[in-house]
Ligand binder design. Structure first.
Ligand code: HEC
Ligand code: HEC
Length: 370
């Protein structure tokens, strides 16, 4: 038997043939694999579209996050949730809040984590329920005015008040949006001096940025600020944006300052609860339910040391002279004070609340020619 001879030449030949064979196989395999992948991809797409079709026909679609991703009621527990947990806030361009189901409320209100009345767990952040005629109005106030302003006894007239920061609970200057609104109204429409315009633009941008910072959810406002920052002062676009900003800013007046009004204590700090009541509150929370009615009332009186027998009427605050609230001192600009002082609407609501008959204004009555 002759042994096969392995020469270098036959080895190279073998390797070469092997390589050629593999290359041929790869050449044949690539189009086949490509065809197979394409086939699988088309099958997958067909499956997805048929599944989508069947699902959309047979399974009822889910209610969008913009609607279900908001808390239904403003309960005290909400004070401990982060607003980012509420899907509706991130899902929508303009976040919705529970009352927006019925009213055109463009914005989300800030939870007040420093309000002793609600963080104690006793009262909801929107606590008024009894009186249908005014409860929506009172709850709206509770988003920008601390409970104590209306419910705590004091001899001061006008009230001694301060703004407080909702992130820290400390006293702060009036919210930037009020100053911004004032500046927007001060602007002379025919201003031509380039330096004045430049200075004005710079100040407005700074105020708008501070305003947008107070309202992190107001995306539309942030976009407006960016746009306003980029325009040339004095141009037509600048004038148009000024007009737009003037119209938009009042939408953010209700409960979106990142701050609230409270009574001011002797040391200048906001009064965010009845003083020296920690013990009584703890006792009430622990045993309030088991107490006899009289004991319960006595303990409640200790919890609410400064409670007024009756809260104020609308027109005690909403009037042109001698308002209980020193609006100008609190940074409200004249145009806003005027809107808050005109008694027509507030008197009407007081009348409805008091059960008096409501009469249509004369100019709405039909004339004899109609
Ligand atoms: C703008 C003033 C104002 C503010 C702010 C305010 N309240 Fe009231 N509140 C009233 C008035 C007025 C009434 C009486 C309503 C009626 O029965 O006519 C009232 C009634 C109440 C009642 C009685 C029950 C009810 O359902 O009406 C409770 C409890 C109450 N307020 C708690 C609070 C708490 C807690 C806060 C803060 C989160 C607060 N209020 C903020 C004005 C205010
Ligand atoms: C303790 C003073 C006080 C009392 C009492 C009060 N308000 Fe007000 N109200 C204010 C202040 C301050 C504002 C502005 C709040 C803000 O800047 O968000 C306001 C805002 C309003 C607004 C919003 C106006 C707007 O243009 O945004 C309405 C409406 C209103 N109050 C109605 C009423 C009615 C109705 C009553 C009575 C049931 C009442 N208020 C009782 C102080 C009061």
């Amino acid at each position: 038997m002759t042994k096969p001879k392995f020469t270098i030449h036959s080895l190279v030949d073998l390797v070469w043939r092997g390589l050629r064979g593999t290359a041929r196989m790869i050449r044949v395999a690539i189009p086949r694999l490509y065809g197979l992948a394409l086939l699988l991809f088309i099958c997958w797409l067909t499956f997805l579209s048929i599944r989508y079709l069947v699902r959309s026909l047979l399974v009822p679609s889910q209610t969008p996050e913009q609607i279900v991703g908001i808390p239904r009621r403003m309960e005290p527990e909400l004070l401990t949730t982060e607003r980012a947990d509420w899907k509706a806030i991130t899902a929508a361009e303009t976040p919705r809040m529970p009352p927006a189901h019925y009213h055109r409320v463009d914005s989300w209100i800030d939870p007040d984590r420093f309000n002793d009345c609600s963080r104690s767990g006793c009262h909801g952040p929107l606590p008024h329920a009894k009186n249908k005629a005014v409860r929506a109005f009172l709850n709206m106030h509770a988003t920008s005015i601390h409970c104590g302003v209306c419910h705590m006894e004091t001899d001061d007239h006008p009230l001694r008040m301060t703004w407080y920061d909702l992130d820290t609970g400390s006293a702060q200057q009036p919210p930037a949006i009020l100053t911004l609104y004032e500046r927007l109204h001060d602007i002379k429409p025919d201003e031509k001096d380039a330096d004045v315009l430049k200075q004005q633009h710079r100040e407005l941008v700074a105020l708008m940025q501070r305003t947008a910072k107070d309202m992190p959810e107001a995306k539309a406002l942030r976009q407006l600020v960016e746009h306003f920052e980029a325009v040339r002062p004095g141009s037509r676009t600048y004038d148009r944006l000024l007009e737009e900003t003037r119209a938009i800013i009042p939408r953010y007046f209700r409960g979106e300052y990142g701050a609230k009004l409270a009574l001011k204590a002797e040391d200048g700090a906001p009064m965010l609860g009845h003083p020296d009541t920690t013990e009584a509150v703890a006792k009430f929370l622990a045993e309030g339910d088991q107490l006899a009615l009289d004991d319960r009332e006595q303990l409640l009186a200790k919890v609410h040391l400064l409670r007024r027998a009756q809260a104020y009427t609308c027109t005690e605050c909403h009037r042109a002279d001698a308002s209980l609230v020193p609006l100008a001192q609190l940074g409200y600009p004249p145009a806003r004070i005027e809107a808050l002082s005109d008694p027509i609407v507030f008197e009407m609501i007081e009348n409805i609340d008091a059960g008096r008959s409501f009469e249509m204004p004369q100019f709405l009555a039909p004339t004899s020619d109609d």
